[in-house]
Structures are given as C-alpha cells and as structure tokens.
Design a protein around this ligand. Sequence first.
Ligand code: COA
Ligand code: AMP
Length: 640
Amino acid sequence: MNVHGNKVESRYHEVYAKAVADPEGFWAEAAKEIDWIEPAKKIFDPDQGPYGRWFAGAVVNTCYNALDRHAAGGRADQLALIHDSPLTGSVTRLTYAEMLREVETLAAIIQDFGVTKGDRVIIYMPMIPEAVIAMLACARIGAVHGVVFGGFAARELAVRIDDAQPKLILCASCGIEPGRIVQYKPLVDEAIYLASSKPDAVVVFQRPQHICELKPGQDHDWAALRSAALAKGHKAPCVPVQATDPLYILYTSGTTGIPKGVVRDNGGHLVALKWTMANFYSVQPGEVWWCASDIGWVVGHSYIVYGPLIHGATTVMYEGKPVGTPDAGAFWRVISDHKAVALFTAPTAFRAIRKDDPEGRLIGNYDLSSMRVLFLAGERADPPTVEWAEQQLKLPVIDHWWQTETGWTIAGNPVGLGVLPVKYGSTGVPMPGYIVDVVDEAAKLVPVNTMGSIVIRLPMPPGNLPTLWAQDDRFIETYLTDFPGYYKTSDAGFKDEDGYIFVMGRTDDIINVAGHRLSTGGMEEILASHPDVAECAVLGIKDAIKGEVPCGFLVLKAGVTRSPSQIEKEIVALVREKLGPVAAFKLAITVGRLPKTRSGKILRGTMKKIADGDDWTMPATIEDPNALDEIGNALKDRSE
Ligand code: COA
Ligand code: AMP
C-alpha cells in the first residue's frame, strides 16, 4: 500500500537487505544526492573516532546543500520557510532566494565577531525564522551551533555555555507562551554570569512584543547589524568543511544533571536526512512539509530545519500549541492554510487535541485534502491515540522511534518505500543501516517477544552521533561499554516474529514529559540542594496528556519545623528556577521516609507502580514494608 491508498508491494525488505549486505555501497549510493566539494576518501573509516566515521576525507558545506544549490537550481522563488504564529497573529514566508540572502548576511555578521570554522555559537531563541537563519548561518561558515530550548532556565543555559565555550550567543528578546511573554535576555545575562566561560558578545533579535535593554560592551542589535550589512552587500560565502567536522552540538539529558553534548557531523547528517525525506516520509522536493516540534529538540533540528531544506521542500515552522491557540483546530488550520502533505508531531499533541475535541468536530471545518500521512515520535505512541487519529483523519498514522543521539529514525514504517502493515504499539521495523537486537544483561540475544535491552550493532549508520562533545570517554562509557559491539539505546522492549520493534520504556532514569526528555536524577540534584531536604526521589508518573510528569518525594531533615506544604511550594519553584518550566514539575510530596531495600536502594519501581495505580507486589528485599503504605497514603491524600 502507498499513501495514496494504492496497493503496491513495499520495497522495504529489499532495500533493508541491501544496506545489511553492503553498507558502504548503500550509503555511497545515497551520497550521490548531496553536492560534495570533494568526495570521500573512505565511505566508512573504522579507524577514526570511537567506532569509526562516515565519509572520511570528504569536503562539503551543509548550508550550500540546504540553500544555495536550490536557489541556483530552479527553486529561488519557491518558498523555503513558512512561519505561522498564532501567538503573534502573523504568517511570514521566505523563498529560497530570500533565505539565502538572510543567511549569507547573518553569516558575515557572525564572522565579524571573529567566529571561524570550528568555533561554537549558542542559539537561544524561540520559534521564529531568525532561529533557522542563525543555524544555517553557522553551518555556512563552519561554526558549530548549539541550540538551547527556550523552556530551560538560566542555570541549564550556563551549563551548556560552559561545555561548548561559545564565542558568541545569538538570542531573541523574548519567547511567547500562551498568556505570557518569556523574557530571554535576563536568562541569558544570568547564564553568562553563572558560566565560567564568557562569550565575546551577544547578538539580540528584538521582537516587537518585548524590547529588552542592551548591555553596552556585550550586546549588539541584530536588526542594526543586518541593515548595515545589507547596505554594504556584506555576505559570507560557504566555508568548506570536512564531512566529519561537527555541524552542531545538541545537549540532551543524561543520568545526572550534566547534560550530554551530542555531536552531529556534516557529511553523514546530510546523506541520512536527504535519504529519509523521500524514502521514509515520502515527501518530494517542492512539497510543503510540517514538523510541529521546536528547534530546541532533535526532531526540530532534523525535520523543521535540515531535512526539508536539504531536500528542497518547503518547511512550516509553527509558533503555537496544538490546543488553546486558539483551539483544538489549530493543527487542521495550519495544514489547510499551507497545504502541507504531511504532519510530524508528538503523540502528546494528539492527546491534547483529543481531550479538547473528542469527536473531532473541528476537523470538518478545514480542507485537509493535501495531507497524506501523520507521523508520530518522541515518546511511546499509545494505541488509543493512534487509533483515534486514524479514525479522525482517515489517513495512515506512522509511529517511529528515534533519539537525539541518532538524529533520524531507528525504526519506523517507511512510507516512501511502501507502507508495511501497521501494528499498534510497535514503532515499526529497523531502517536501513540499523541492525537492532534485543539482548539480556550479558549481551545475549533474547527470544522473540521477550523483553530486553534494545541495542544497535556497531557501526551506527551515517547521521548518528560519532561521539559526545569533547568527551570521547564518556561516550564510550555511556553507550559502548555495557554491550560490547553494540550501541546501548537505554530503551527496553522486544521484537516480534516479523521483526517489528516495540519500545516500552527507558532502562535509566530518563523520563519523557510531553515528548520532552528529562532526567529525574537531574531533578533529584535540585531537590537535594534545598536546605530542609534530607532525602528525595523523583519518579515519572502517568499523565493522561503528557504521558508522564515528574513527582518528587521528600524526606525533611530532623528538626525542620516549617510547614511541609511551604517547603513543597519552594521545591516546585526551585525546579522551575533551576531547570525551567519545561520540566512541568508541579508535584512535591513530603513523606516520613522513602521505601528502601535492605541494602539501602530506593524502591523507585514499586513507588512508581503505586503512583500509577498499577498492580504491585511487595519486594522481598524491602527493609520495612510499612514504608510503601506510607507512600500510597501520601499519594491518596494528595489526590483527595
Ligand atoms: N519557552 C519558555 N517556556 C516554555 C517553552 C518555551 N519554548 N515551551 C514550553 N514552555 C513552558 C510552558 O509555557 C509551560 O509553562 P507553565 O508551567 O507556566 O504552564 C511549561 O513549559 C510546560 O510546557 P509544555 O510541556 O509544552 O506544556 P503545555 O501545558 O504548555 O502544553 C502540550 C502541553 C501537550 C500542548 C505541549 O506539550 C505540546 O505541544 N507538546 C508537543 C511536544 C513536542 O513538540 N515535542 C517535541 C518532540 S517531537
Ligand atoms: P529524545 O532524545 O528527546 O528524542 O528522546 C529519545 C527517547 O524518547 C527514546 O530513547 C525513547 O525512550 C523515547 N521515544 C522516542 N520516540 C519514541 C517512540 N516512537 N516510541 C517510544 N519511545 C520513543
């Protein structure tokens, strides 16, 4: 079956087998879609990096492939970007020629600050076209961008500044959330104050919704620099970089409060993303594609910015929410206004839409005839949500599984190669280049339909992280050590008899809140920093819309006389201040003690089952069985 409803045999099995039999031949063929300055000396060099590098010796420029070649190749007047913002009531359209002009101008401005190939630039911006322009301008001059999501607090930004040591920060005066303006500049200033590595300068894009004050000696006005550069015809050409040079760093939650800097290189990323656009997503150059994520996440990097532009498609950038901007028909309005052929979003967005419009009444108000398929990723797609979306849209709904580390899908249902039968609850089959196994603790394959750790055989395909920024050792220890010969995904699940993969949850302390990846370990560090807290545990508990939300259990220090409810409020505020509103940390509960094993391990798994209302059994190793009843009672009191 294809997305037009015609019965066609899927080419998946044939294509997948080809990639297994001859990975280098497969990716060399895919690489023909990219304009190289110099071809690779080795398609895969096993001797470089912790597990090898793709397209070693090749010279390329990512921005050239995303803009210049399309502008020169007949797409100059085609829209590259449509920015649709119900939060500001505006729609902005930029053709490939206009995008190129903006990007080459900003690239020259960035160079004027002394930024050259390999230097880092932090981008802390909301969902506005200038954020995409900033990313591409860095790519153009070989600078390495690090985009930080706007919902993170100053401390998180500071940690990233210290790790990336940027020469320059690009930011906007504000972000806009429903009902409130998020001032970015005070957060940037505080982060610079907290960081030990100080950037040389900050370039600020002033949004009319909030004009911030510029600090003399530090801040520069984006618009003024732009006008001056345009007046002089000041532009930067593309700087050739090695395919193996880093394009960007994207920080993601690790098991501690110190995030991991996932590195993406230029060559493998170009090849892999270009391959996915037609073969996985079934989108053709010139078509309008919409990925409703945020540029602060990997999904946004790959499929708001790079994938569609490398492919010559038109990308929709949406500054709004699935509900409340103004209603649960917002997504249908955007599809219908811009004639998008596909939408890619997180299941949480559909749960939110379904809650507000369970009968799907608002869908009927819009013309969705352009749309062929819905893609979901970022968290487990619960079968009821998938079925609801299918029934409402009468279109294929395709779940696919990936991680910040991989940059593109590990397993899915490749629409472009011909849709395979959909199995609810499964994220589909492995994509070419990925050999996915399910193993036990000794790295031995487990039988089909048996839960285990999901691992990917090395080498990972192009586009996957070659390492962590400046931390090869941490990369090897985190991903390559527990299961020799494999990359550890830290996801658990199983494979069925047809090779379909079912991803059931993480094996570490990462939780997924509204499609956002967060570390409970990082939150525990914040809770433990409160002077009245003796001990704590943070768990992800079920939430009907966000999938999971964090819940913190606190044990107060002996002798604390202040009211627990006051301390709980302070804890909620502290997480918001230190980690950011995106943590959605609203539940802190004081208990007399935490349930532990006799060896002192907190029984997080059992606590979670109690909080989720699931069946649970008393662990044989528990130190004091009453401690679990206390947890149950505390939760009951809270919900009453
Ligand atoms: N800048 C500043 N604050 C932000 C922000 C940003 N870029 N993004 C979110 N926040 C804030 C929100 O305003 C909210 O603050 P509040 O506690 O004051 O209400 C908080 O962070 C939590 O945000 P979010 O998890 O987005 O919840 P929400 O209630 O605003 O919206 C959904 C819920 C389901 C509508 C929303 O999460 C959604 O659209 N999710 C899609 C997920 C997605 O795109 N994931 C990317 C991976 S594919
Ligand atoms: P991130 O790095 O933020 O993209 O988060 C990656 C994690 O999200 C994965 O390790 C999974 O735990 C989860 N995830 C992403 N996509 C899916 C999916 N389609 N099904 C189940 N879990 C998913």
